[in-house]
Ligand binder design. Structure first.
Ligand code: ATP
Ligand code: MG
Length: 561
């Protein structure tokens, strides 16, 4: 795969161009319908988001509709839990299919009737070979396929066998239904592909009504046709299915058949998006579930605090192309920061607290300083933050032996406490091991609000929290789940998990306004990053997740180049 920077050429969308042309030629008589067809065998992830934004985005741009269709033809791996999660996550991402929610399983009867029609027309037959035998006889690119001994059965015999398959007379794998196309075709997909196989498995929607289940190729295009889809947009690995897609629709004489268009799937550096691999992470306990904040799933990203608008903006920005490329995850993170910077309320929180006492401040005296909720948005208003004699500041903002350009706390240094006043550190109290445990300071009463009245310049500005008002909280610092750019290149991708992808810090001190924060609400802890309360926060104490740090490597690399 090429490593591409999608910003180079600017985002294009060749699918939109095709749709535009079809509209101009009136190919579908004014209809425009797309669909998003997830299989309910896992949660939606960032790759699905690209497909959702494309399909729903085109529908709204061209005044059409997008159907949500559950592609539920494989009962073993599918479940209602996944169906519900997909509906919830799609809604959260900002797309509402309304009443256009469909299930491939609702078409089982129609598909079966169509299969009988193909049998009657001599275009499908029941094969007694096993799936392995069928595969072996199919040949390959260099080797022609061999006709099955069952290929010349009469339509009557095939019809009777198909009905007995449906009635449950045969065991799993005993027989299959195949389309009768051409075992010598250069196109391997057209060498008598499977349409049905026998599986005595309960389906989450149809129960035990069926013991034969349609193959993807037999279900997909027909479902598109039933829903009057005009443009069936899928990822590149389906290019070689297109001939078969068209063959079935032609054999069934569907008027104005839908057209399949393929685009490149989204792959991100440091991220795994195969549902099989994500399921493995969940099942083997490498993460806490599909909604673990480190997962690239929509549920995980929601819990991490990523705004849905950031995901939509990212999908717009990368465009839609015909060539697979690996997108730099820093571009995604940039979109997240851009969105959070605009929307997040500013608050103060101290992750690793160090005590700071102001000697010349009366013991029980409390003052409230008005701090802006957003530096660039006066409409966001202010909150009144309590300030007293005993404060918490960040351990990292103090150094016993500071390097040259140190503008934070050290013995004898003056700093600004954000929005409050200037303080000078006079004495450092240490424990037996020499660790600083308290900074004794004095404040300048002429610096209320943060600046000196004599105009002297103080460069360092630190965040702080009043000790007697502080909320105790646990904070989880999340980082990328994998340490390498392309984790899927390795055979055992779990070897590349980042052992520091979740660092839990207890005993953090937060300003009181954070008690009201709700799960998913974007908040910037000043100087530290973007955070949001976990949905489980409050039940067992306050719990915040770090969405992302402040540092933006993508923006910086763009400035340099
Ligand atoms: P996986 O290969 O992980 O199992 P899938 O493609 O089988 O994924 P589906 O549930 O069938 O998963 O996907 C639903 C739709 O989302 C399909 O139309 C598929 O093309 C699209 N899709 C899935 N992954 C991506 C991706 N990484 N980028 C863009 N579209 C994707
Ligand atoms: Mg699929």
């Amino acid at each position: 795969m090429d490593k591409a920077s999608p910003m180079d050429a600017g985002p294009g969308n060749f699918v939109a161009e095709i749709v535009q042309e079809d509209e101009e030629r009136d190919r579908f008589g004014g209809r425009f319908i797309t669909r998003f067809p997830p299989e309910p065998n896992g949660y939606l992830h960032i790759g699905h988001a690209k497909s959702i934004c494309l399909n729903f985005g085109l529908a709204s741009r061209f005044g059409g509709h997008c159907n949500l269709r559950f592609d539920d033809t494989n009962p073993e791996a599918e479940s209602i839990e996944y169906v519900e999660a997909i509906r919830r996550d799609l809604q959260w991402l900002g797309f509402d299919p309304g009443r256009r929610v469909f299930f491939a399983s609702s078409y089982f009867e129609q598909l079966y009737q169509w299969a009988e029609r193909l049998v009657t027309k001599g275009l499908a037959y029941v094969d007694d070979q096993s799936e392995d035998e069928v595969r072996a006889a199919r040949g390959n690119f260099y080797e022609q396929g061999k006709n099955s001994p069952c290929r010349d059965r009469t339509p009557e015999e095939n019809l009777s066998l198909l009905r007995r398959m449906r009635a449950g007379e045969f065991d799993d794998g005993a027989r299959v239904l195949r389309a009768k196309i051409d075992m010598q075709s250069k196109d391997l997909k057209l060498r008598d592909p499977l349409m049905y196989r026998i599986k005595h498995t309960t389906h989450h929607r149809t129960g035990d009504a069926w013991c034969i289940y349609p193959m993807y190729d037999w279900a997909h295009g027909q479902a598109d046709a039933l829903e009057e889809v005009t443009h069936s947009i899928c990822t590149l690995e389906f290019v070689n299915h297109r001939s078969l897609y068209d063959w079935f629709l032609e054999a069934l004489e569907v008027p104005q058949p839908p057209r399949q268009i393929e685009f490149a799937r989204l792959a991100l550096t440091y991220v795994v998006t195969s549902k099989r691999k994500l399921l493995q992470l969940v099942q083997d306990g490498h993460v806490e579930g599909w909604d673990d904040p480190r997962m690239p799933t929509l549920a995980g990203m929601r819990r991490l605090g990523i705004p849905p608008a950031a995901i939509r903006a990212f999908c717009d920005r990368i465009g839609v192309s015909k060539h697979n490329a690996l997108v730099d995850v820093a571009l995604f993170e940039h979109a997240v920061r851009e969105s959070l910077n605009a929307s997040a309320s500013r608050r103060m929180g101290v992750l690793k607290p160090l005590k700071l006492t102001i000697e010349n401040w009366p013991e029980d005296h409390v003052e409230y300083f008005a701090l802006p909720n957003h530096p660039e948005d006066p409409d966001a208003g202010v909150r009144h933050v309590p300030f007293g004699k005993h404060l918490w500041v960040e351990q990292d903002d103090f150094q016993k032996e500071p390097p040259k350009k140190w503008f934070r706390l050290a013995e004898g240094r003056e700093v600004r406490l954000r929005g409050a006043c200037l303080v000078t550190c006079n004495e450092v109290i240490e424990d037996e091991s020499g660790c600083p445990i308290e900074l004794v300071c004095t404040w300048d009463p002429d610096s209320r609000g943060g600046d000196a009245s004599d105009g002297r310049r103080v460069r360092g500005t630190l965040h702080w929290v009043s000790a007697s008002h502080a909320l105790d909280a646990t904070v989880r610092l999340y980082d990328r789940l994998f340490r390498v750019e392309d984790p899927t290149a390795a055979e055992h991708f779990v070897e590349h998990l980042n052992p520091e992808s979740c660092v839990v810090i207890r005993g953090c001190k937060l300003e009181p306004a954070l008690l009201e924060a709700t799960a998913g609400e974007p908040i910037q802890f000043e100087r530290l990053g973007y955070f949001t309360p976990d949905p489980e926060s409050k039940a067992a104490g306050l719990l915040f997740n770090r969405t992302i740090s402040l540092k933006d490597s993508w923006a910086r690399s763009q400035k340099k180049s």
